[in-house]
Design a protein around this ligand. Structure first.
Ligand code: LMR
Length: 329
């Protein structure tokens, strides 16, 4: 009997000191809005694979793609409330948090190519932007690449005048709002999950996005003309709830950080090719016409959108514009 009492006491004592996280596996819900078969979708699955492997099953990553758990705005609220632990929103979507500085990355023709973009984001501006999130209880872990935006409607968009009077869906950034307005069109913020139907029913006339999103959301089915303009860049911030992240046992957090570094390298490596392949697929469907800008056309777009840069000072502030410019020197 004495032995049994001693064993029970020990078991009870052990129970008392067991931290909440020891009730394994630790579940990380990773919600995002795009398809699995995109750079971000594949990155999330790669992170799941590596994180579960490195933590030896102590952590389970549940990936919810395609807005199946939350739509754009709700997912950020859910992260702050702790209903979801990890997200990878486009950096164009932080204004509802009161953080506008990320929108500097949406300036038209800011990055001349993928290499310029990735070297810029490895510099100080990336870290500086992540500090802005901390005050909101959010920790930035990595930047994931997608690629450059194309733009579409049911008529060819070749000259700035072609945009006049058309309604375009934008994802959230006021910088995009501004450059569409400068072209004489009417931008409208809308959740990503609602875009296909809005294009189909004519709630909006057009949109901008990367080839992988056009393909996997089937936007090409409801847009007769796509201009491969590559006028602005789409990138993601992989973010976590700070309290959750800092509360993880340090060894587990280190394993997850390693998984994130590798998943980030993987995502950023495949992004360009994924979009090239998606563009070829879209072309093959024959359901839309792809248009390419001549040098003169591009110059006309750039001139029409140029005032966005001056306007941006009032929106995002000079500090972030200087930090971005420094990385582009
Ligand atoms: C959009 O809303 O167009 C994009 O942010 C979707 C995405 O996450 O790629």
């Amino acid at each position: 009997l004495l032995l049994a009492v001693a064993a029970a006491t020990l078991a009870f004592a052990t129970f008392l000191v067991v931290p909440a996280f020891a009730q394994s596996p630790i579940i990380i819900k990773f919600s995002h809005v795009v398809a699995n078969d995109t750079p971000k979708g594949k990155g999330a699955l790669k992170f799941k694979e590596l994180a579960e492997k490195y933590t030896d099953g102590k952590v389970k990553i549940e990936v919810y793609p395609n807005s199946s758990l939350y739509k754009d705005k709700e997912e950020i609220e859910a992260l702050q409330l702790g209903s979801v632990q990890m997200l990878a929103p486009s950096t164009a979507k932080f204004a509802p948090l009161g953080i506008k500085e990320f929108e500097a990355l949406d300036l038209p023709w800011l990055f001349k190519d993928d290499a310029t973009y990735s070297s810029a984001m490895k510099g100080t501006v990336g870290k500086w932007l992540f500090q802005k999130l901390e005050a909101k209880g959010i920790t930035g872990l990595a930047y994931w690449d997608n690629g450059f935006h194309m733009v579409s409607s049911n008529r060819p968009l070749m000259k700035p005048e072609d945009f006049k009077g058309l309604k375009f869906r934008i994802s959230g950034s006021k910088i995009a709002d501004q450059y569409f307005r400068l072209l004489g069109s009417i931008p409208q913020i809308m959740a990503f999950s609602e875009v296909y139907q809005a294009l189909q029913t004519g709630v909006v006339d057009g949109c901008e996005n990367t080839a992988s999103n056009y393909l996997t959301q089937k936007f090409y089915e409801v847009q007769k003309d796509i201009t491969v303009s590559y006028h602005a860049h789409l990138q993601y911030a992989v973010i976590v709830n700070s309290k959750f992240w800092s509360g993880l046992p340090p060894d587990i957090r280190a394993q997850l950080e390693k998984a994130m570094v590798e998943a980030t390298d993987y995502t950023n490596l495949i992004a360009h090719q994924e979009n090239e392949d998606a563009l070829a697929e879209i072309k093959k469907t024959g359901k839309t016409t792809l248009h390419y800008l001549s040098d003169a056309d591009r110059k006309a777009w750039q001139e029409a959108m140029q005032p966005t840069y001056k306007w941006a000072k009032g929106r995002v502030g000079q500090e972030v514009l200087d930090l971005v410019a420094k990385e582009l020197d």
